[in-house]
Design a protein around this ligand. Structure first.
Ligand code: FIX
Ligand code: ZN
Length: 440
């Protein structure tokens, strides 16, 4: 906290148990947010032993699908022509269009500027060569540790798809584990695209059929058990469309009810549901082609009520669904809301969602996840989160103090640790610090 000459900085509370005064709250909240190592409960980052799946460096940062979506709004290039460029040519075009020809004011472009700044690199260079040279000199493992330190995170949850042709075989060979990267068993291909992928399971020796009957459901459970033994995932996960319903007379409804939900119960791990995607509304821009839609969250109500022994780690994509999610979380203790997902990860919306969650859920939710697809993104996504959340939390504590609560630093430290660490550790059955799965 910089102080101008002769201006006294508002001191934070000295010791944990000192009673606080209003003037101390902001600084104390900022210090506790800075001083707490967060767990990033949902990313698309990969441990080094998963090789090229892990994206990092300047060309990956610049060709992030959020920026590709913004490129097509500012550049005359058509998607087809863009996909014919090399990765470097794509990055050069995006840099020129979104950073040199136009000030990078959007959330995603500002993020790249913050990453360059964090490494002391020029943020408005005519060429990306100096940045390319910098990243090419980095040794991955030490770079990961440095990036996690800059981001203030101790560990991340990955997104691992055993049916991904590039990833699956690596897991079958038994990759070297990294305590800072928690595996997550991602099931979109099985739950959302069974017709396209059932034959992959059949080819692996599981007696499944396109038309899922009870025998197929049992074989899918056997597949999930084999994945669990191999990967030790901290949770299973799936993104779901805005049209998702439960119960549903469908292949997805059947697999969810008779394979996935029972498997999560058997292994005592949560099922993460990420609801509200309108997939590929514009396929020509690929990953950037998904949109969001308001979902009927009665599906979640039915799942939480029907399976009280299961735990549902849930994020919803539509702004309009946020209040309902809070209401359902007040009804079901086996429901843990997390993050301001994807198109919601913008300061104005994060503020609105987080204030409402504190008002309705206290600190019984996980405020944010990064959804980072490129390693260095965690630096700006978590800096932004701390920057947005500090005044929100400080305001709640100011109101609490005004209402007569003898607030201490220890209270604030405990709440922040709870929201950004122990809520997830408890829900996922992890013991703290690079949590190994605690014995059931
Ligand atoms: O389904 C998901 O995990 C989404 O987060 C991604 O598919 C999405 O493309 C993304 O990167 C969001 O930030
Ligand atoms: Zn994601």
């Amino acid at each position: 906290m910089s102080t101008a000459p002769n201006e006294t900085a508002t001191p934070s509370a000295n010791t944990n148990n000192d009673l606080m005064v209003a003037e101390q709250i902001s600084a104390t909240v900022q210090e506790e947010l800075q001083g707490t190592q967060f767990i990033d409960v949902h990313t698309h980052l990969f441990m080094p032993s998963l090789g090229k799946l892990g994206l990092w460096g300047i060309d990956e940062l610049i060709t992030y699908h959020y920026l590709e979506a913004e490129l097509f709004r500012s550049s005359p290039i058509k998607p087809d022509a863009y996909w014919h460029l090399t990765k470097q040519e794509q990055a050069d075009l995006i840099w020129r269009t979104l950073f040199l020809e136009n000030p990078p004011v959007s959330e995603a472009t500002r993020g790249v500027v913050a990453v360059l700044e964090a490494f002391g690199l020029e943020t408005r260079a005519n060429s990306l060569q100096a940045a390319r040279d910098f990243f090419s000199r980095q040794e991955l493992s030490s770079h990961i540790r440095r990036v996690f330190k800059l981001a203030g995170i101790s560990e991340v949850a990955m997104t691992n798809d055993p049916l991904d042709p590039d990833e699956g075989p690596t897991w079958e060979r038994g990759p070297e584990r990294d305590p800072q990267f928690h595996p997550v068993l991602r099931l979109d291909r099985i739950l959302n695209k069974w017709d396209e992928h059932w034959s992959v399971l059949a080819a692996k020796g599981y007696r499944v059929e396109r038309a899922v009957n009870d025998a197929s459901a049992n074989e899918i459970r056997r597949f999930l058990a084999d994945c669990y033994a191999r990967m030790q995932p901290v949770y299973m996960a799936c993104s779901l469309p805005d049209t998702f319903e439960y119960p549903e007379q469908s292949t997805r409804g059947h697999i969810l009810k008779d394979a996935v939900v029972p498997a999560c119960r058997e292994f005592n791990i949560p099922l993460s549901l990420m609801i509200g995607v309108r997939y590929q509304v514009n396929p020509s821009i690929r990953l950037a082609g998904d949109a969001s839609g308001k979902a009927d969250l009665r599906a979640l109500e039915h799942l939480c009520a029907s399976f009280p022994e299961n735990r549902f780690l849930t994020s919803v994509l539509s702004r309009e669904n946020q209040h309902e999610l809070c209401v359902y979380a007040r009804k079901f203790s086996n429901l843990l809301p997390f993050g301001c997902w994807w198109f919601l990860n913008n300061p104005s919306v994060v503020e609105e969602i987080t204030r409402e969650r504190v008002e309705m859920l206290g600190t019984t939710f996980i405020p944010q996840h990064s959804d980072a697809r490129i390693l260095e993104q965690v630096i700006y996504k978590w800096r932004n989160t701390r920057r947005i959340m500090a005044p929100i939390f400080a305001n709640h504590y100011r109101l609490l103090l005004e209402d007569g609560w003898p607030l201490t630093r220890a209270d604030i430290k405990q709440d922040i640790k709870r929201m950004f660490r122990s809520n997830f550790e408890r829900f996922a059955g992890l013991n703290s610090s690079h949590g190994q799965r605690s014995a059931n």
